[in-house]
Each structure stands twice: as C-alpha cells, then as structure tokens.
Ligand binder design. Structure first.
Ligand code: PLP
Length: 370
C-alpha cells in the first residue's frame, strides 16, 4: 500500500503548484549573490509606505485573532467600488478565493470549464475537489489572439454538469486579454445556473481601451464573480490578500466555506491602507508601462517573438526549449519563470522589474542566447 492509494482520486493525479524560485534558494543552491527575481509577477516597487506603516502599527496585536469579517477592509473596498459589503468575500490571496469557489460549487461528477494555457490554480482546485475539468483549446491566431481564451469554444463546452467557468482577464502566463464586447456576449450566453469567475488579478495594469469595466456587470449577471488581489499592483504578495465581488447571495455561500480567520490581522491592516495609497498605485502602474516598453524593445533587438501582454509580465518565445535557457539565466543570477507546464515549452515568462533589473535580465538573456 502507498499513501497515494488512500488519497482521493483527484488528489492522486495532482501535481503541486510550482512557484517561482525564491531568491534565497537560488543563492543557497547556486552560490549566486545579488540575484534578481522576475518570476512571480510581484510589484518591483515593493509595498506602499502607508501599508508598511499600517502593518507595523498593528504588530503588537498579533496575540489576538483578526477580525474574521474583515469589516474595515470590506468597507474600504465597498467604498472604492461602489458596492455593498455583503457582496465581498475576502481571501488569503485570490488563490484562496478560487478554492473557496470550487468548494462551494463543484463536487465529483460536476464540471468546470477553462482554457488551455489558463492560470494553473483552476485545474488544481477543480481536480482537488474531484470535479471534471473541461479544458478548451486556446485561439490559434485565426479568430482571436494566439494563445488567448476562445470564448466560443468555452461556451460550447458548457453542459448540464457545468457549474463554474474560470476566465482570467488578463490571463497568466500568456498576458492575453478579452475585450468588452466578446466578454459581454459570452456572459449573455452562459446559463444563469453556471457561475462565471472573471479573475482580474492584473486589472489595475491594463491600459487597452477595449478592456471591460466589469463592475457594472455584477448587477446584470448575478452569476458573475470577479476576483481581484492585493498581490500585484498593490505590492502585498507576501501578506496574501485577495477578494471576490459578487451577488450577495453568492458571497453568503462563499463565506460559509471560507475559514473563519483566513486573512490575518496584519494583512487586513496593510491592505486597507494600500487601497488608500493612490500615489503608490499610480507609480507602480507607470513603472509597469516603462517595463513593458523596455521589454518590447529588447525582444525586437534580440529577435524574439513575444505574446502581447496586458499584465505586468511578458511571455518570450526563446525559440528553443526554454528550460535550458532558464537554467543558464539562474547562473547569471536572474530568476524568470519557465512555463512548459502551461503547454508553452519554448516560452519564458518574465515579470517587468525596475529599469536596472530589466536591463540586467536583458543583458543576461543576450549572453545566454548566443
Ligand atoms: C491570473 C491569476 N489569478 C490569481 C492569482 C493569485 O494571486 P494571489 O493568490 O496572490 O492573489 C495569480 C497569481 O499569480 C494570477 O496570476
């Protein structure tokens, strides 16, 4: 007997999520000093000073449980988005929210629909529950951007057993995005008994004019859940705060499944302060746009194709198995992300960093690609 035989069938077939290599691990394993990490779509500016101050201010209270209802943060989010707090669900990162959604709506025999190359957590939470994943092919470049979600294929995959559709907009790792019209047409087609999760982890970064403002859709499509995070533009990845915006009845279900104190006290204080620091957010977005230009120019100079991205990262096609290039970059002290597990064996996903970090990564890439 192996313990694996004792696990549920879904868990038996799971592969653990492979995170970006931590800097400390690279330094330990490769003896590299002053390494840089452009591998986890984190904010290179770091946290907002207001968030840091708020976190420091509550450190002495860590012997107490956090506010399990997240009153202050929900109030701030409600005010920001013009929504009732009854429609807000807080998560330990938006990954937690995605798992809560799966636990609330999926079960063995039921189905979730998502696209090829979509964010890795959708298959994990679906399979862990024992539900069935219906994975649709991404666009091949004919009727939509190559590697992007094909909403017609996704709509066609919805059947009697489908309970959840996961859509990442923009998607990670491809950076591809869906426009207002196509998403609206999709939402109109989905039966109301199917929950549509629109994962907007990178929403703040998007500058494309046809990108949707999804908030007004919440009142029109009660089966819609928006998920967002403080991990990216707000620079709080290490604290783990995400949230869902939905119809209050859906939020009520999600809050039944949520662990009572899933967002910690320090994270709640920091996220509330971060939400109020518009200047830091603006600076983060401006830096991201500069990174986008820097990497587009570098890709052209290096003769590399890339997938146009609306996020804070880009997938470069290195024209050969990317695993070896990734290894060589590690030896140069540059951590990026290989994405073979997403069906993109020749691509590396690179997070836009500070200008000097980008320069260093571009120089390292030029060196190892000769
Ligand atoms: C598309 C997408 N959704 C959700 C997440 C989860 O982020 P977090 O759990 O840090 O909020 C990520 C993180 O990389 C992501 O890329």
């Amino acid at each position: 007997m192996s313990f694996c035989d004792l696990a549920t069938p879904g868990v038996q077939g799971l592969q653990p999520y492979e995170p970006g290599k931590p800097l400390s691990e690279l330094e330990r394993e490769y003896g590299v000093r002053d390494a840089i990490k452009l591998a986890s779509n984190e904010n290179p500016l770091g946290p907002s000073p207001a968030a840091l101050e708020a976190a420091r201010g509550v450190l002495g209270e860590m012997s107490r449980y956090p506010d399990g209802n997240g009153f202050e943060l929900k109030r701030a989010l409600g005010a920001r988005f013009g929504l009732e707090t009854a429609g807000i669900t807080l998560g330990n990162g938006s990954n937690d929210v995605l798992e809560i959604i799966a636990r609330a709506f999926l079960a063995p025999g039921l189905e979730a629909v998502f696209s090829q190359h979509a964010f890795a957590v959708y298959p994990i939470v679906t399979q862990a529950i024992g539900a069935i994943a219906r994975v649709t092919s991404a666009h091949d470049g004919e009727r939509g951007p190559r590697y992007g979600h094909d909403l017609d294929a996704m709509a066609a995959a919805i059947g009697d057993k489908t309970r959840v559709v996961f859509i990442a907009n923009p998607n990670n790792p491809t950076g591809t995005w869906l426009n207002r019209d196509e998403l609206e047409r999709f939402l109109e087609r989905v039966p109301p008994r199917v929950v549509v999760v629109l994962d907007e982890a990178y929403v703040e970064y998007v500058t494309e004019p046809d990108y949707p403002d999804s908030l007004p859709w919440l009142s029109r499509f009660p089966n819609l859940i928006l998920t967002r995070t403080f991990s990216k533009a707000y620079g709080l990845a290490g604290l783990r705060v995400g949230f869902a915006l939905s119809h209050p009845e859906i939020a009520n279900l999600l809050n039944r499944v949520r662990q009572p104190f899933n967002v910690n006290h320090i994270a709640l204080a920091a996220a509330t302060a971060a939400l109020g620091d518009r200047a830091h957010l603006e600076a983060s977005l401006k830096l991201n746009q500069a990174g986008q230009v820097q990497w587009a120019e570098a890709a052209t100079e290096l003769g590399l194709d890339y997938i146009p991205s609306a996020g804070n990262f880009v997938c470069l096609d290195v024209g050969r198995p990317a695993a070896a290039v990734y290894e060589q970059l590690l030896r140069e002290g540059v951590i990026v992300r290989p994405v073979a597990a997403y069906g993109l064996p020749n691509h590396l996903r690179i997070t836009f960093g500070l200008a000097q970090e980008n320069r260093r990564a571009i120089n390292a890439l030029r060196k190892v690609l000769v």
